[in-house]
Design a protein around this ligand. Structure first.
Ligand code: CA
Length: 531
């Protein structure tokens, strides 16, 4: 894999033409409306404010009754449903992520809006089905460099909405919503950005990738080598007959818009940056979107994580376990910072994965479900989904009703004192009307009211799906609809469509009605297919 070396000297679209960004300033000095000095304040209230500030410095941030909570949204990349201790994993301890389930609510039927990275993220960050605005298909490699590809500028992000409420907003990790200037996170509502813009990234600079063990896919090896060949710290494997993408090409690590060489193992670095962000913004409401690229390929881990899994016989699995363990440590580091700043009970925390695990590629398990990344079977769409807000949500609760990443925007905006945003429609997002398509989950997770029954719908290329109650409707390509009962058949093994034609017709009609409001994909259609 020589030639993987990132060419940082070559112009990066964001680095070449640094742009002016509203609200972007030198790190740590972003000015927010809510922090502006009020005029006409009395001497007495100034004295009181000074007193509060002194107490705050001595004992941590002081919270008024009206201060909205911080929001910490943690996203894993390609983590399978079954790969956390709280999700049933037996071989990868994840105590810190498990603590979110122990101290919060574990949603066992948590869905994302697509089973690939960028459409799932577009739904998550806008609170709208990404098929409403053409962000339907995945984006890889050089596609990222196309200035026509990225989260459509007609859409507002969660960061846009929260920034308008005076939140400090930070994006740390993988972006994958457009890699050219107009789509940069700091133009999409984030004050600060640290991370990279494409679909993946190596975890240390290289080659050579020093200080880590590396596992790379390759489409062929010399016959004498067999299916694997290890040279130095790199193992090449033909198990998928494809080669590892050149993730780092034209894809430097950035602070804001400036490229840099990150020498710390990237998962550790994302924790470090998150801790620094929290420290900078401890005294004001913040929204931190921490989007790990772990455990997405390339598979790389340093000895401090690999050594925890010396008992696992297969290097492939050992590396995956080490990458998940590193992410768990990173989450633990961030949670410890919140505790140290006395912010834990003032922070709404959500953890989920952007799609199911690609089992053959990573070993990532989606048990008990079938399918994985890229599929609309449950294994592709159903993900670990944990919600913690100490003092506000129950601890140790399991919530089995279907919830979706679309619910997070209305949940966060409600928590951030927007009031409950009205349910939106499929039309374009407008200023001041988020036009969201999910539900505020807070009263339902608290058990104050039952979650209203509602169907969920999906479309990605030639795949389509719907879930209504226990029924799951699924179609791929030109195949007829299949129908599964998830209560009795979570692995979607028995197609009930032949014996339940009325149910198929009802759900297919509901899907078709939903689909009428979708736009054609903006990119990725095969040549000759009309948009
Ligand atoms: Ca992913």
């Amino acid at each position: 894999m020589a030639g993987q070396e990132p060419n940082l000297k070559e112009a990066h679209p964001c680095a070449v033409r640094p742009h002016r960004v509203t609200g972007l300033a030198i790190m740590g000095s972003v000015i927010h409306p809510r922090r502006a000095r009020p005029t006409g304040r009395s001497r007495a209230s100034l004295t009181l404010a000074l007193l509060v500030a002194v107490v705050g410095i001595l004992s941590g941030p002081a919270f008024g009754a009206t201060r909205p909570p911080n929001i910490l949204l943690i996203l894993a990349d390609d983590l399978g449903y079954a790969e956390l201790g709280c999700q049933g994993s037996k071989d990868i301890p994840t105590p810190h992520l498990d603590s979110l389930a122990r101290d919060g609510v574990r949603c066992t039927a948590g869905y994302v809006t697509a089973s690939f990275c960028t459409p799932s993220r577009a739904g998550l960050l806008t609170g709208r089905n990404q098929t409403r605005f053409g962000h339907e298909l995945n984006v890889v490699g050089r596609q990222n460099l196309d200035p026509a590809i990225g989260l459509p500028l007609t859409e507002k992000t969660l960061a846009d909405h929260l920034k308008a409420r005076g939140y400090a907003t930070g994006c740390i990790g993988k972006w994958h919503l457009g890699a050219t200037e107009a789509f940069h996170p700091q133009r999409r509502g984030f004050d600060e950005f640290y991370g990279f813009l494409h679909e993946g990234h190596f975890f240390v600079p290289g080659p050579p990738w020093t200080g880590v063990t590396t596992w790379l896919r390759t489409n062929a090896l010399p016959p004498a080598a067999g299916p694997r060949l290890t040279q130095g710290g790199v193992t090449f494997s033909t198990h998928l007959k494809t080669s590892e993408p050149r993730y780092d090409d034209h894809n430097p690590t950035l602070r804001g818009t400036q490229p840099l060489t990150e020498r710390e193992y990237l998962t550790d670095a994302l924790a470090r940056e998150s801790v620094a962000f929290i420290g900078r913004h401890r005294a004001e409401p913040f929204f931190l979107y921490l989007a790990f690229n772990a455990p997405h390929s390339p598979m790389q881990a340093p000895p401090k994580y690999l050594d925890r899994f010396a008992h696992l016989p297969d290097l492939h699995r050992r590396l995956f376990a080490a990458m998940v363990s590193a992410m768990d440590d990173a989450v633990g580091t961030v949670l410890a910072k919140l505790r140290a700043e006395n912010l834990e009970e003032h922070t709404l925390i959500v953890f989920l994965s952007d799609n199911g695990g690609p089992t053959a590629e990573l070993t990532s398990s989606n048990a008990p479900f079938s399918g994985g990344k890229g599929s609309f079977l449950e294994g592709g769409l159903r993900v670990p989904f944990l919600v913690q807000w100490k003092g506000q949500l129950p601890a140790g609760k399991t919530f089995a009703h279907p919830v979706t990443a679309l619910d997070l925007a209305p949940t966060f905006l409600t928590a951030a004192s927007f009031g409950v945003p009205p349910l939106g429609g499929p039309g374009p997002a407008k200023a001041g009307t988020p036009n969201l398509e999910g539900l505020n989950l807070l009263p339902h997770l608290r058990g104050e009211s039952p979650l209203p029954a509602r169907p969920l719908f999906w479309r990605m290329g030639r795949q389509a799906a719907a879930r209504d109650g226990d029924w799951k409707l699924f179609r791929t390509g030109d195949q007829p609809w299949q129908l599964f009962n998830l209560a009795t058949d979570p692995a979607e093994q028995t197609n009930l469509a032949p014996e339940k034609p009325a149910e198929v017709e009802r759900l297919a009609a509901a899907w078709a009605k939903w689909n009428q409001q979708n736009l054609p994909p903006l990119w990725g259609l095969p040549p000759g297919v009309r948009k």
